[in-house]
Design a protein around this ligand. Structure first.
Ligand SMILES: *[C@@H]1O[C@H](CO)[C@@H](O)[C@H](O)[C@H]1NC(C)=O
Ligand SMILES: *[C@@H]1O[C@H](CO)[C@@H](O)[C@H](O)[C@H]1NC(C)=O
Ligand SMILES: *[C@@H]1O[C@H](CO)[C@@H](O)[C@H](O)[C@H]1NC(C)=O
Ligand SMILES: *[C@@H]1O[C@H](CO)[C@@H](O)[C@H](O)[C@H]1NC(C)=O
Length: 393
């Protein structure tokens, strides 16, 4: 679908990617030092971007949890104050003679993302990761996952100076770090095995790399699991690839140039002609897929939105859910974890609610050492009994 649009670099990238795939694949079993976990230096408190900007509506009930989790992982968030969007602002977005099918909720989300992108542009920073306030992540995000993903990203992009943690901002426009799937197909079709093939991946610029923090294949969201199997990617490995069909905007990184293009060109809030039939994330997907925005996906994602508000409150909620959430729901509850997250914050095991001593303990043991201190879990996040089961096979 997305033909790589980099003619002069294509051969070069193709060759280096091939080398890297072989290199990284072999490192799955042989643990090549440069990719071994112990040697990774943690990413800094903004995950190697200029800033982490959060989209969080006024009085959002999710913000407190988000901040508590960020304190444990030691992330530095910027949370711009968002207004309560008025009827006039919603009408202005919809434009004259409105026949749009977009919901008011989606209009508000669009306006909010737009405001946060503008706050980033005002900040003078060079890059930013834009996050929604209900995202979950693994306790090893900063110590292992981001260092690995950024190393893979830099391997995919032209060489750049050390100061460019994710590659030079002239060489990329958008990094999907958090999403609800880049399945190479849309939700109108089935996903994974039987639909896509290894060649659909190999014909794209991509890097496959080992990441021991990724849940086992059987514990991944069923769509993700099927996709990775269809691509013949080894267990406990992720891919960084040119985006094909990324869904949801849980966490996406932008540069100054691409943020400007988003607010002015690809997802503007004014000049709409009353016929918007898609949400914000689809506007970005379309820009990546059809309009030449240079987007990359970390697959499986490092951030995924949390189910409901707590483990209990949504158990019996029969309300409509997007297809990806619906397919992952039962697994989410029996794992006690957000889809595709190994050891995350959804279960509230790592909440500290004002107890600074507890926070300090969690920072050291969970945040820095990456120990999954949850009931019935081993420090690496595996379930107690699971490893025994595997060993006896
Ligand atoms: C984190 O690293 C990035 C890339 O080197 C840098 O731009 C950013 O300022 C750093 N953040 C902090 C808080 O030091
Ligand atoms: C937790 O994070 C918030 C937001 O970044 C910050 O304002 C606050 O000082 C942090 N709390 C502690 C105890 O570090
Ligand atoms: C959406 O917002 C507009 C403008 O505020 C309002 O007129 C309309 O009734 C709202 N639609 C729904 C379905 O709430
Ligand atoms: C995957 O590859 C097959 C075989 O080459 C092709 O027919 C199909 O269109 C590709 N699918 C996608 C989603 O790129």
């Amino acid at each position: 679908m997305v033909a790589p649009r980099l003619p002069p670099l294509y051969v070069l990238i193709g060759l280096s990617v091939l080398t890297l795939i072989l290199y990284f694949r072999s490192s799955v079993s042989s643990n090549i030092p440069s990719f071994s976990i112990n040697r990774q230096t943690p990413a800094n408190s903004t995950l190697g971007f200029g800033g982490l900007f959060v989209v969080s509506g006024p009085g959002s009930p999710r913000r407190n949890n988000l901040i508590q989790s960020a304190n444990v992982t030691e992330l530095h968030f910027t949370i711009p104050t968002l207004p309560t969007w008025t009827e006039e602002q919603i009408k202005a977005f919809r434009g004259k003679d409105d026949k749009s099918t977009i919901t008011n909720g989606s209009v508000r989300a669009w306006l909010s993302h737009n405001l946060v992108l503008n706050e980033f542009l005002k900040s003078g920073l060079e890059t930013a990761l834009i996050l929604e306030d209900d995202v979950d992540w693994d306790i090893r995000l900063r110590t292992q996952q981001v260092p690995l993903a950024a190393t893979a990203a830099r391997a995919l992009l032209p060489p750049a100076g050390e100061e460019y943690y994710w590659g030079h901002p002239d060489d990329w426009e958008l990094f999907y770090v958090g999403h609800c799937g880049d399945y190479f197909t849309t939700m109108d079709e089935p996903v994974g095995v039987g639909v896509v093939h290894p060649n659909n991946l190999t014909e794209l610029p991509h890097v496959v790399y080992p990441d021991q923090t990724l849940p086992r294949r059987t514990d991944l969201h069923p769509f993700t699991s099927s996709l990775l199997t269809a691509f013949d990617v080894p267990e406990k490995s992720r891919i960084v690839h040119r985006s094909v069909s990324p869904l949801c905007t849980f966490g996406y990184a932008v540069t100054r140039a691409s943020a400007r293009r988003l607010v002015e060109e690809y997802a503007p809030i004014s000049g709409n002609r009353g016929n918007i039939d898609h949400a914000y994330d689809v506007a970005i997907l379309t820009a990546c897929r059809d309009k030449g925005l240079r987007c990359f996906t970390v697959n499986p994602e490092l951030m995924h939105h949390m189910e409901g508000e707590s483990l209990i409150s949504n158990l019996d909620n029969k309300k409509w859910r997007p297809p990806v959430d619906k397919a992952g729901l039962k697994q989410t509850y029996w794992r006690g974890e957000t889809s595709n997250i190994g050891c995350g914050f959804w279960s509230r095991d790592f909440s500290w609610d004002g107890d600074k001593d507890k926070l300090n303990h969690l920072r050291e043991e969970v945040g820095r050492k990456g120990q999954c201190l949850k009931k019935d879990r081993l420090p690496n996040g595996d379930r107690v009994g699971e490893s025994v089961l595997r060993a006896s096979k």
